[in-house]
Design a binder for this molecule. Structure first.
Ligand SMILES: *[C@@H]1O[C@H](CO)[C@@H](O)[C@H](O)[C@H]1NC(C)=O
Ligand SMILES: *[C@@H]1O[C@H](CO)[C@@H](O)[C@H](O)[C@H]1NC(C)=O
Ligand SMILES: *[C@@H]1O[C@H](CO)[C@@H](O)[C@H](O)[C@H]1NC(C)=O
Ligand SMILES: *[C@@H]1O[C@H](CO)[C@@H](O)[C@H](O)[C@H]1NC(C)=O
Ligand SMILES: *[C@@H]1O[C@H](CO)[C@@H](O)[C@H](O)[C@H]1NC(C)=O
Ligand SMILES: *[C@@H]1O[C@H](CO)[C@@H](O)[C@H](O)[C@H]1NC(C)=O
Ligand SMILES: *[C@@H]1O[C@H](CO)[C@@H](O)[C@H](O)[C@H]1NC(C)=O
Ligand SMILES: *[C@@H]1O[C@H](CO)[C@@H](O)[C@H](O)[C@H]1NC(C)=O
Ligand SMILES: *[C@@H]1O[C@H](CO)[C@@H](O)[C@H](O)[C@H]1NC(C)=O
Length: 491
């Protein structure tokens, strides 16, 4: 390991200790006495039985849909297309399955079942309220110095806002810019056993915010605040145009998906319309202006197939910061969870994110992304699976305890698409069999460039390997600088 890298890592480690202590956490649970009054768990009345039937069908349909989406993600292609007719832009030809309809009946049934499940878990002692995993990973690996700000702050300023701010444009003095999800007007409880999906989505949608059929508008910005707590959800939280979802920075709220959650991602930035059209609310290259920060997203309990913490299909002026996704640690092939599923979109920034467990930490592509301070640990397939990109800059990654650090899919498959420029700097691979695994033979594609800049590695078998078993002859303990492209140059 080079001296510079070692020094950088030491600084990095030393600075992280404060960060970790600020993040330990667990859910606040109601006492047995208070929940026993809520539901008679020994008697599932006809409403519950009917809801279970509806939800079983929806979960099955959603699992099929999610698997199809993940196998056929949206992505750009490098072929030149004549300028599309804009009225047709949102209409892709599509012969895949349809997602279940989330009408009022299904949403109410999902919420009821989420509460029944949560109370049953409490009663039988299987309710998992331990979110320490996220902070334990930070303690043992590489927290970021950036996080010190949170730990040292006396209190978080956001809850002190008066809430009487006005939108600067749009001439609507009644428009609520700041919404607190637990306000009586919306009614989220954050108690871990009440389904808060409807309340949270109502807070986001309030005042005719820019959602379905709006397409795009930057007239009325919106800030949705989540106080500390555990928010049980049974279907996705919809992140609207020009809207920020913000949790308490000192005591991050947990978004917990129910066992029978119906959706692709706990938080979704674009929404597939029900029916088999493949249409979404927003055009994928104009999913602008949304920020998500300060959350723990816990999808461990969800049994619906191929679920992600975030369906993050974003474009410019978007960011994701200080978020942890805790996915299942099941090591069997049943585990198809993903920290983030990011299909196409066209550029964004992400930092200070911990992704724990699942099959993949990140499964996705985007035209351009910039990423800093990610810890991705304990995936069964790969920490990161790149399905396409034009350019992706990765700074200060820690990828650990998975067979593959970064996997590049085979662009020659019918569903394949080239990963363009992948620049990884100041990063560590720990307990990874192959650092970067290209699912194609050792032919260097002129549109795929991999740069490794100041990389540390521990317990890594090889840095860059190919599907025919060949690998590049570069050290698997540390790398100062390597570019792999049309020509390979090692300094
Ligand atoms: C069944 O139980 C649920 C939950 O306690 C309740 O909301 C619902 O009204 C009950 N339905 C009937 C038909 O008793
Ligand atoms: C729960 O329902 C069962 C079956 O209907 C009934 O025997 C029992 O008394 C109920 N318990 C409570 C606390 O209401
Ligand atoms: C997103 O994917 C769709 C369909 O796969 C494609 O037509 C479109 O050009 C892509 N857009 C971007 C911005 O990548
Ligand atoms: C675009 O598509 C619409 C609807 O199919 C059609 O009416 C219109 O003539 C098309 N415009 C062009 C320039 O092709
Ligand atoms: C809602 O969707 C369910 C499942 O597809 C269906 O059975 C039900 O009739 C729908 N309800 C309404 C009011 O559309
Ligand atoms: C506890 O309750 C949950 C929710 O109903 C159920 O899925 C789980 O199997 C139960 N576990 C045990 C050990 O009874
Ligand atoms: C509630 O009681 C059950 C047994 O009666 C116990 O197993 C469970 O741990 C208790 N839950 C809490 C949150 O105290
Ligand atoms: C989980 O909740 C129980 C009951 O409220 C509490 O005693 C326990 O300490 C919590 N677990 C953690 C890890 O904080
Ligand atoms: C990749 O290598 C394998 C094994 O050497 C060979 O069978 C296959 O034809 C090669 N594929 C391509 C696209 O070169």
């Amino acid at each position: 390991m080079s001296l510079i890298l070692l020094r950088a890592l030491l600084l990095w480690l030393a600075s992280g200790i404060c960060f970790a202590t600020a993040l330990s956490g667990s859910y606040l649970l109601p006492s047995n006495e208070s929940f026993h009054g809520l539901l008679n768990l020994t008697h599932k009345n006809s409403t519950i039985q009917e809801a279970e039937r509806l939800i079983a069908a929806a979960v099955e349909q959603q699992s099929i849909y999610n698997a199809f989406r993940v196998a056929n993600p949206r992505r750009n292609n490098y072929r030149h297309d004549p300028k599309p007719n804009s009225s047709k832009l949102r209409r892709d030809s599509y012969d895949g399955p349809a997602p279940p309809s989330l009408n009022e009946t299904v949403l109410a049934a999902a919420a009821l079942i989420a509460e029944v499940d949560a109370l049953s878990q409490l009663a039988n002692g299987t309710y998992n309220n331990d979110t320490r995993l996220a902070s334990q990973i930070l303690e043992t690996l590489t927290p970021s110095d950036h996080g010190k700000r949170h730990a040292e702050a006396d209190g978080y300023w956001l809850p002190e806002l008066s809430g009487d701010g006005l939108p600067p444009m749009g001439y609507d003095s009644s428009y609520p810019v700041l919404r607190v999800v637990t306000d009586a007007k919306y009614g989220a409880k954050g108690d871990g056993v009440t389904d808060d999906t409807k309340a949270i989505n109502a807070a986001i949608a309030d005042g005719n915010n820019c959602g379905k059929n709006c397409l795009s508008s930057s007239v009325k910005g919106t800030l949705i605040y989540f106080p500390p707590g555990t928010y049980l959800i049974s279907s996705p939280i919809n992140a609207y145009y020009y809207s920020q979802l913000v949790g308490d920075a000192n005591n991050r709220p947990t978004i917990k998906t129910s066992p029978r959650f119906i959706g692709l991602g706990a938080i979704q930035t674009d929404v597939y319309n029900p029916g088999a059209s493949g249409d979404e609310w927003y055009i994928e290259q104009s999913v602008f202006y949304r920020q998500v920060r300060n959350f723990i997203i816990d999808i461990r309990d969800t049994r619906t197939g191929s679920v992600a913490g975030l369906h993050w299909q974003v474009a410019q002026a978007t960011s994701l910061t200080n978020v942890a996704v805790i996915a299942s640690r099941d090591t069997s092939s049943r585990n198809k969870q993903m920290g983030m599923f990011t299909e196409n979109g066209s550029g964004g920034f992400m930092s200070d994110v911990t992704l724990s467990g699942g099959a993949y930490g990140i499964y996705g592509g985007n035209q351009q992304y910039t990423v800093r301070d990610f810890i991705i640990d304990g995936q069964t397939k790969a920490c990161i699976n790149l399905i396409w990109d034009w350019g992706w800059t990765w700074s200060r990654l820690t990828l650990s305890n998975a067979p593959v650090g970064i996997s590049l899919i085979n662009p020659e498959q019918t569903t394949g698409q080239v990963a363009g420029s992948t620049y990884v700097m100041d990063s560590r691979f720990i307990g990874i069999s192959t650092g970067i695994y290209a699912e194609f033979n050792k032919t260097v594609l002129d549109s795929s460039i991999i740069t490794l800049d100041n990389i540390g590695a521990e317990n890594v078998n090889r840095m860059i390997g190919f599907s025919d078993g060949s690998h590049l002859d570069i050290p698997a303990d540390s790398v100062d600088f390597v570019v792999v492209g049309d020509v390979a140059v090692t300094i």
